[in-house]
Design a protein around this ligand. Structure first.
Ligand SMILES: C[S@@+](CC[C@H](N)C(=O)[O-])C[C@H]1O[C@@H](n2cnc3c(N)ncnc32)[C@H](O)[C@@H]1O
Length: 206
């Protein structure tokens, strides 16, 4: 990061990053990671826009904000007190957004108990450097999927999005080892869900 960029507020830095990644995407041969607007299109295509959304990893709340524009309810989980506080402030007037401060592996079971109607999950909670939370484990994805599986029978309309598919089966400096890609495929198959991968997002749906 340039010295000048370091002095920009976090939200402005994120916006500059998004503009850059959008402009450079064709030059990368439309590689991964795709820019934000492309990822949002995947969520729109397979998700239940007007139902309930559960997001793990709020970060700056930019996806939360987009989802909240249509969703009946958005639960967004963030363990960093700094980021959770920012999100509470950002969404203080949004009646359909609940910011849940804590680890998704701990908070998700209670949220799952409350869900009804069409539900979409955006599973994106992991250490990402900078101000983001790290630990106590590499990634909560195993617990998240196990918890969701226990409630699938009560969710006839469900879509589960797992970001950063390219990182599964790899070791990360920040995150340690992720489960294999076939772990995600087997999870979907064993729960009777269809699946696909688009723009680095694993999508399980029915
Ligand atoms: C890639 S960012 C999320 C981006 C956001 N979902 C979006 O679409 O703009 C990852 C976030 O996950 C959070 N995080 C880290 N460990 C977590 C955990 N165990 N449970 C939930 N969130 C976690 C980080 O603090 C960080 O804010």
């Amino acid at each position: 990061m340039s010295t000048a960029a370091r002095f920009l507020p976090l939200s402005l830095r994120a916006r500059v990053g998004r503009v850059k990644s959008r402009a450079l995407w064709p030059i990368t041969g439309f590689g991964v990671p795709a820019p934000q607007h492309v990822k949002l299109n995947v969520l729109r295509r397979y998700g239940y826009a007007h139902g309930t959304w559960v997001e793990t990893g709020t970060y700056l709340g930019d996806t939360t904000h987009v989802l909240a524009g249509q969703a009946a309810q958005v639960y967004t989980i963030e363990p960093s007190s700094f980021l959770a506080e920012r999100a509470r402030e950002r969404f203080k007037n949004a009646a359909n957004v609940e910011v849940c401060e804590g680890l998704s592996e701990q908070l998700l079971p209670a949220i799952l108990e409350k869900l009804s109607g069409p539900v979409s999950f955006w599973l994106d909670g992991h250490a990402s450097g900078g101000v983001t939370h790290s630990g106590p484990q590499v990634t909560p994805i195993r617990e998240e999927l196990t918890n969701i599986a226990q409630h699938l029978v009560a969710m006839p309309q469900v879509a589960v999005f797992v970001d950063d598919f390219r990182g599964f089966g790899q070791s990360h400096e920040l995150d340690g080892a992720y489960p294999s890609r076939s772990f995600l495929v087997q999870w979907a198959d064993s729960n009777g869900l269809g699946w696909t991968v688009e723009h680095d997002i694993f999508v399980a749906y029915r």
